[in-house]
Design a protein around this ligand. Structure first.
Ligand code: F6P
Ligand code: MG
Length: 466
């Protein structure tokens, strides 16, 4: 079976005025420079005598990062990846680099989706091959500080959910329908948190984007009712969430998972899929999931918590930990998995799960799922609904191409169409968009130049397995 190629051009940084161009030229060097600054700070805290090996590696990392910034800024050819240990996907990246003549050229002429995935994979390789920085997540401190600043929304949602849970399962179908919609919308707008946007927005602006009250007028396509028609008769099903960002967005994902398990008859298990390496700055890795639970439970983590706040959060986490031990909240890979591990001692039966999870940090768009990851596809087919969170997952669903905005979302899925029942919840942070009402894109083009990338608008797209 050959790879599927969309009938329209892919996003590419050589296209003037595109977000791909802006990102490649400005945002990526800024993100990488942020890591250099962080490393310089950490190196400065190391003892020259006692930690000289770590310091040496720290300096080498800075050199490699500076070299990478130079490669991007001067539009050098994209170099083949070297074997840097697990994930063992360097050959796949290199094949992809060679596969298409429009790709594999330089940082600006390659397709944007490939170049951006490659960027984060190459970055991981730098750290993976060190002794002392092997488990270093270059985005950890940003993730944590943004999460710390989310306390008021976290408390509000926790309180509401705890109260609902105390009342027990919702039996009235209209009430269930309404609550379900609100939960899905909360989860959707949670996606306005993307730390790679911190290069241009403040924490306050990001929080403003996250607010659900901003309303439905910003949802340019809303398939929630179609999804409801599919979900409303579920009885104890498996539902999957292909995660996006950690911190507040992950929190809203778990709130939805809790809602589905505690208050509805729909689900008996929620499987969540993290990434195995630091990815697009803020994406969830297994350790981020553990950090979220630990910080919710730590009375010192969020500023100025009252006794009442502390017990609200404790009640929530106790319930969530219970779900984890019952297997109702299930991470698709062992939660204790470290970066670079392909197996966890005592949990060897899950090696296959770890192998399958590699796909999420591969350069492949999701149209390639049937071709390159048939086992993962088969696993997802055991789920009654797969929820894809966020912008990058949407770009991958639609092969990050310049579709006619009013074209068919389902057709943009290519060979994935009809293979699984999926719901994509995405705030728009890149140019790709498809499935809008006729004339909508033109209307927005005329009044708001950056509507495709500002994070202010959203699309909710549903597609059913046939
Ligand atoms: O906005 C820039 C960007 O990094 C895009 O490159 C990418 O698609 C997106 O943000 C990541 O957003 P999300 O975290 O929603 O997938
Ligand atoms: Mg992300």
């Amino acid at each position: 079976m050959p790879h599927w190629t969309p009938p329209v051009p892919a996003s590419c940084a050589s296209q003037p005025h595109s977000f791909a161009y802006e990102s490649t030229k400005t945002r990526w060097p800024k993100i990488l420079t942020g890591i250099v600054d962080e490393l310089s700070k950490l190196n400065g805290q190391l003892s020259v005598q006692e930690e000289k090996d770590k310091l040496k590696e720290g300096k080498e990392l800075i050199e490699k990062l500076s070299g990478l910034i130079y490669e991007i800024k001067t539009d050098k050819p994209i170099l083949p990846l070297e074997d840097t240990g697990y994930p063992n996907d360097f050959e796949e990246y290199n094949q992809e680099l060679e596969r298409d003549s429009t790709m594999g050229q330089t940082w600006f002429s390659s397709t944007w989706l490939f170049a951006e995935c490659y960027l984060y994979r190459r970055l991981r390789g730098f750290f993976a091959t060190t002794t002392h920085w092997n488990q270093f997540d270059p985005f950890a401190s940003q993730k944590l500080s943004t999460w710390k600043s989310s306390s008021s929304s976290v408390l509000q949602l926790s309180r509401t959910l705890n109260e609902l849970v105390k009342k027990g399962k919702v039996t009235d179908q209209d009430e269930l329908h309404r609550d379900w919609r609100i939960m899905m919308e909360t989860m959707l707008w949670g996606n306005a948190t993307d730390l790679s946007l911190l290069t241009s927005l403040t924490h306050e602006q990001i929080q403003e984007l996250q607010s659900v009250e901003r309303g439905r007028e910003f949802t340019l396509r809303d398939d929630l009712e179609m999804a409801w028609e599919h979900v409303k008769d579920f009885k104890g099903e498996r539902i999957d969430i292909v995660l996006d960002n950690s911190g507040f967005e992950l929190f809203t994902d778990l709130v939805l998972a809790d809602f589905l398990l505690s208050l509805t008859p729909f689900a008996s298990q929620i499987v969540i899929h993290p990434k195995l390496i630091p990815w697009f700055v803020s994406d969830v890795q297994p350790h981020d999931f553990l950090i979220l639970l630990d910080t919710l439970e730590d009375p010192q983590f969020f500023p100025s918590l009252t006794e009442d706040d502390i017990s609200t959060l404790q009640e929530l986490v106790t319930r969530w930990r219970g779900f984890i031990s019952d297997g109702k909240f299930k991470l698709s890979v062992p939660a204790s998995l470290k970066m670079g591990q392909s197996s966890v001692e005592g949990q060897e039966d899950r090696d296959k799960d770890i192998k399958m999870a590699e796909f999420w940090t591969s350069p492949s768009p999701f149209c390639d799922l049937p071709l390159v990851a048939p086992e993962l596809l088969e696993d997802l087919q055991r789920s009654k609904l797969v929820i894809f969170k966020g912008d990058l997952n949407y770009r991958k669903l639609c092969s990050d191409a310049w579709w006619t905005p009013s074209g068919s979302f389902e057709d943009a899925l290519g060979p994935l169409k009809g293979k699984i029942t999926l719901l994509s919840l995405r705030t728009l942070k890149a140019d790709t968009v498809v499935g809008l009402p006729e004339g909508k894109a033109e209307e927005l083009d005329a009044k708001e130049k950056d509507w495709r990338v500002s994070g202010k608008y959203a699309v909710v797209s549903f597609s059913k397995r046939v």
